[in-house]
Design a protein around this ligand. Structure first.
Ligand code: 3PG
Length: 397
């Protein structure tokens, strides 16, 4: 059983090492949104109220890629973070968590102080889940809190290593994510609809395999629909697709529905065309959105559904007019009274990028919408896998 951070008593003079997910999408060096930060605030506030000194650990981007490191230092984000909530206003940056200086800085700090360590993936040992590194890191805290559901599928030091050395607790949001997603798997409400888009089917095959038994309908869009069409022998021109072969258990599955019509771009012309007519197209083209008929069909299904999961945009939503399908689906989700769960990497990016009123209202207007902080973690959880980060919390002392 995981212990909740809520059971903790007075933490005066105690140091709480908290794994958060500040892996923001950056534009011009700054986060596009603060969704994941906001999701962690109840836990951070609770720890501050209980008088702990809070030491935040997170990764940001992929610093192992050549030339990326400088851009991905948390030093660049400290003042942005400090502006997001008053508890973080005196947030201090710790460049080298293993230095004497850092240890005495934390030692001398007052209760309720907040620190953020440098991007934890600057140390290759983090991804290797290196035992000695986890042990060294654990010396910075008296307790460990995992408030990073979205990283719980990673077998890294700050996720699975630290709980071996410190009494460990689940953050408030992490628990909410698990309860909500577990309910989907254990108590689905029917009609239950999964809408799955995004680029890569390779990251979603397990999800589709699991859900073809649970969901009444699975609607496919985006790049993954192209891979389905391609596997069914349909010419998809130079549309994005993955060269992988899908087996007949997916291709012939009755409740998996691929678009009947699509929006294509051919020589600067945008057209809505039936899938059965795509094969007779002459010359090159790209499929960039699901077509009107398919959108209407999904919207009708949303109206009747009692539970809906949406993962991944249905077209090239970054570029008008290919955002239409995705936006219509969002509009329908806004109006339903049923439980809606959104998440998965590209879905969150989609929310970040489609910043018009429609999307902002969606979040406010429909209290039944749960936006998971998880990308890959949500997909793995819903595919029925046990997340290693959750397991580590359950096994911790
Ligand atoms: C995410 O954005 O899904 C998490 O922060 C995990 O990031 P990663 O894919 O770089 O491990």
């Amino acid at each position: 059983m995981m212990k909740s951070v809520k059971i903790l008593k007075n933490l005066k003079n105690k140091r709480a090492l908290v794994r958060v997910d500040f892996n923001f999408t950056l534009r011009n060096g700054l986060p596009l949104d603060s969704f994941r930060l906001k999701a962690s605030l109840p836990t951070l506030k609770l720890l501050a109220q209980k008088k702990a000194k809070v030491i935040l650990i997170s990764h940001l981007g992929k610093p192992e890629k050549e030339g990326e490191k400088k851009k991905l230092s948390f030093k660049n984000l400290i003042s942005w973070l400090a502006r997001q909530d008053k508890i973080l206003k005196s947030l201090q940056f710790i460049e080298n968590p293993f230095s004497e200086r850092a240890i005495s800085q934390i030692h001398q700090a007052k209760s309720g102080s907040f620190f953020l360590l440098e991007n934890i993936r600057f140390w290759p040992e983090e991804k290797q889940n290196n035992f000695a590194f986890s042990k060294k890191l654990s010396k910075l805290g008296d307790i460990y809190v995992n408030e990073a559901f979205s990283v719980c599928h990673r077998k890294h030091s700050s996720i699975v290593g630290l709980p071996k050395f410190l009494p460990s607790y689940a953050g408030i949001r992490l628990q909410e994510e698990i309860t909500t997603l577990r309910n989907v798997l254990e108590k689905p409400k029917h009609p239950f609809v999964l809408i799955s888009g995004g680029a890569k089917i390779s990251t979603k095959i397990e999800l589709l395999r699991g859900f073809k038994r649970i969901a009444d309908f699975i609607f496919i869009g985006g790049g993954i629909a192209n891979t389905f069409l391609f596997n069914k022998g349909i010419n998809v021109g130079s549309s994005f697709k993955e060269e992988i072969s899908l087996d007949s258990s997916l291709l012939k599955q009755k409740n998996i529905i691929i678009p009947f019509d699509v929006v294509i771009l051919q020589k600067d012309k945008v057209r809505n065309i039936k899938v059965k007519d795509v094969n007779s197209l002459k010359g090159d083209f790209k499929i960039l959105d699901i077509g009107k008929e398919s959108v209407d069909f999904i919207v009708e299904a949303i109206k009747k559904a009692k539970m809906i999961i949406w993962n991944g945009p249905l077209g090239y939503f970054e570029k008008k007019p290919f955002d239409k399908g995705t936006k219509k689906i969002i509009q329908a989700l806004l109006q339903t009274k049923s439980k809606v769960i959104l998440g998965g990497g590209e879905t969150i990016v989609c929310f970040n990028q489609v910043r018009d009123n429609l999307v902002k209202n969606l979040v406010k207007a429909n209290p039944n919408i749960f936006i998971s902080t998880g990308g890959g973690a949500m997909l793995e959880f819903l595919s029925g896998k046990r997340l290693c980060g959750v397991k580590a919390l359950e096994n911790s002392r």
